[in-house]
Design a protein around this ligand. Structure first.
Ligand code: SF4
Length: 696
């Protein structure tokens, strides 16, 4: 492996949405570099979690793909040259397009792709393949918060304020987030909040390591946090704590929302959620008494079949108490994947064009079509959402190109999704490792990684960041941009000119495509980012300093007012019953990341988190005759998973928890329910009904 000219390169972690700053320094290891946290980067101030510290391990040739693979006539993936592999992908997609039409080809992207790649992938799908069938795994991650944010504020950006505001507020309600396991360096902000005299309320069915640090932990039944928010707002009204002038001057829809709230008596909410009324009252007091306060949500409220309404209910609480769009206060979503935010702004989502424009908006279509040099009428309309797209594989979708995603492990009802993938006429996967999805492919394209290419990402604060190339990649790999260029040349000769392989060239086009849109990047450039400018979008021109704090002068709605959501509680799509009497909820552990495709290949992370487990309360375990370490069978209407029991008093006795990072017998997503939120189309990962027993 050869190093590029720069000896020590400042860049950012390849994993989660915190996008911690790190420096890569050449060394003699297999990876070729060592990693250190960057003290000068304000988000992590030098801290890294174990995943970030060990991120270089996946650069080692021993754990990654370094040559394309093509499935032979005997059905085996065999090494191939790049020309042969790209020819095979183009032929597979072409056959489908000719035989079944453009929409029979689909594209599935990832929230880890840089802004440039997400942009190029959306453009490739729409003008090279001509398909409407493109979506990405970010749909599984925070689309409900995005939908609720759009409805309430007219704009969705994870946090509308920088993390540095968190320690200076008076109270934070953290809903369905376990930062100690998901983004450890971010815990510092909550620790500082408490050191400054502020209070932390954590809402989570489990007493997680994050909840242990809270002043107040509310542990509702899975799928009932919408009712919890309504119950808190009921008390806010009953106790005269509504910020009447804020509601009058900065919002609309309060009367209708209030009617829904008043139907949720605290005693009724106590029965639904299992949260004792005194705790509910205390939470209201802690949240309303300080001058400033914030609500932060994550996957807990979002990954539900009513996720948009659930987030809407928490936003209602924030609005009624006058928080959003005021200093050191507000509502924010802690996005999850590395570029979960940017990935949903630039066109790989089924209904979007770059700049967070709507595919159904004629003006947006005209603007982007002009940048792309095509007729606006040639752009397809919106396609299916992620799970719906995966469910249609082998039906009217015959070929699929996957980039940076591993749905065999990460999709809900995963055994069904795996079976759908197997039923395709043609599957191509571009990835850095041979993921479980890549193992099913007809062609696997090995691509470059974060340290081997430049590109931008947008972190959970809407802060656009430059990742810099620090290493020359191994000879056998090419960048995703290179792949799209090569496929465009084969599928429609001449169109490859619109798919440059230089990330900065792609970004320059992205700037123009996003210009004037809600997520306006027109004023952001590689030069500015390299100089260290902290540029939060929107940043509409090169003289603009970016927008770290949104909504202070008004919301992004037509009249500048926020909207209350008219929401009421409803049960989860699947509640426990006699046959499946226990709740299952899923989540992450600190040493693994998402489907584990990368982190399961890192020895020290595997040592810390070697495999799946089922967390259950000792009372439930005793009733079922299960002891610590016993193999437990967890069965839902979708299938069965096996994993060792872990007994803990930190979980409700009516609920079991499984982390979702592993394939095979312990795959948690074999069990999860693909019931979709009607607005965001987010599946209900966070709650389903299961039967639990000691395995025979
Ligand atoms: Fe990387 Fe996230 Fe860990 Fe930071 S917290 S080092 S961004 S995985």
């Amino acid at each position: 492996m050869h190093l590029s000219a720069s000896a020590a390169t400042p860049t950012h972690c390849p994993y989660c949405a915190l996008q911690c700053g790190m420096t890569l320094t050449p060394d003699a290891s297999d990876a070729g570099v060592s990693v250190a946290g960057r003290a000068d980067f304000p988000v992590n101030r030098g801290a890294l979690c174990g995943k970030g510290q060990s991120a270089a391990a996946v650069l080692s040739p021993g754990v990654r793909l370094t040559t394309p693979l093509v499935r032979s006539a005997a059905g085996v993936l065999e090494p191939a040259g790049w020309e042969e592999a790209l020819d095979a992908v183009a032929a597979g997609l072409s056959r489908t397009r000719t035989g079944h039409g453009a929409d029979a080809c689909a594209v599935f992207g990832g929230g880890g792709l840089t802004n440039e790649k997400a942009y190029a992938l959306g453009k490739f799908a729409r003008i090279v393949l001509g398909t409407s069938q493109i979506d990405y795994n970010g749909r599984f991650c925070m689309s409900s918060a995005a939908a609720a944010g759009q409805l309430a504020f007219g704009l969705d950006r994870g946090l509308p304020f920088p993390l540095e505001d968190v320690p200076r507020t008076g109270c934070v309600i953290l809903v369905g987030s376990n930062l100690v396991e998901t983004m450890p360096p971010a815990m510092r902000y909550l620790t500082e909040l408490r050191e400054n005299g502020g209070t932390l309320i954590v809402v989570d069915p489990r007493r997680t390591r994050t909840a242990e640090q809270a002043d107040l932990h509310l542990a509702p039944r899975p799928g009932t946090d919408l009712a919890l928010a309504l119950g808190m707002l009921h008390l806010v009204v009953a106790e005269g704590r509504v910020d009447e002038s804020y509601v009058r001057e900065r919002t609309r829809g309060w009367e209708q929302a209030r009617a829904g709230v008043m139907a949720h008596w605290p005693e009724y909410v106590e029965r639904i959620t299992g949260v004792p009324l005194p705790q509910l009252r205390e939470a209201v007091r802690l949240f309303t008494e300080p001058e400033h306060a914030m609500v932060l949500t994550a996957r807990g409220p979002e990954q539900q079949a009513k996720g948009t309404d659930t987030v809407g209910a928490w936003i209602n609480l924030a609005l009624a108490t006058g928080r959003p769009g005021t200093p050191l206060s507000g509502y924010g979503c802690l996005t999850g994947q590395g570029n979960g935010q940017g990935g949903r702004e630039h066109g790989q989502k089924a209904d979007q064009l770059p700049g967070y424009r709507k595919l159904t908006d004629p003006a947006a279509r005209a603007h982007v079509a002009e940048v792309w040099g095509v007729d606006p009428n040639s752009l397809p309309g919106p396609g299916r959402s992620a799970y719906e797209l995966l469910d249609a594989l082998g039906g009217d979708i015959r070929s699929l190109l996957v980039m940076a995603s591993n749905p065999v492990v990460s999709a809900p009802r995963a055994a069904h999704v795996e079976e759908r993938l197997r039923s395709l006429d043609f599957l191509a996967v571009a990835d850095v490792v041979l993921s479980e999805t890549a193992e099913l492919a007809d062609v696997v394209l090995p691509v470059t990684q974060w340290a081997e290419e430049s590109g931008t990402t947008t972190n959970l604060e809407g802060r656009v960041l430059l990742r810099r190339r620090a290493l020359t990649p191994p000879a056998g790999v090419r960048s995703d941009l290179d792949v799209l260029h090569g496929l465009a040349a084969r599928l429609t000769p001449g169109l490859e000119k619109g798919f440059p392989v230089d990330p900065e060239e792609v970004f320059e086009e992205l700037r123009r495509a996003s210009s004037g849109g809600p997520a306006d990047y027109a004023g952001i450039s590689y030069d500015r980012l390299a100089r260290g400018d902290a540029l939060h979008w929107p940043c509409p021109d090169p003289a603009h300093e970016g927008t770290p704090r949104l909504f202070l002068d008004g919301f992004a709605t037509q009249d500048g007012r926020a909207r209350f959501a008219p929401v009421t509680h409803r049960p989860a799509a699947e509640e426990p019953d006699a046959e499946y009497p226990v709740y299952l909820t899923t989540g992450r552990v600190v040493a693994q990341y998402q489907s584990g495709a990368q982190t399961r290949r890192v020895a020290e992370l595997n040592k810390a988190a070697p495999g799946p487990f089922v967390e259950l309360h000792p009372r439930l375990a005793a009733r079922l005759g299960i002891a610590e370490g016993d193999t437990v069978a967890v069965t839902s209407r979708r299938g069965r998973a096996l994993a060792p029991a872990r007994l803990t008093g930190s979980i409700r006795a009516d609920t079991v928890f499984m982390p979702f990072h592993w394939p095979g017998a312990g795959r948690a997503n074999t069990l999860t329910n693909p019931a979709l939120d009607p607005t965001s189309r987010m599946p209900e990962f966070k709650v389903c009904a299961v039967r639990v027993a000691k395995a025979g």
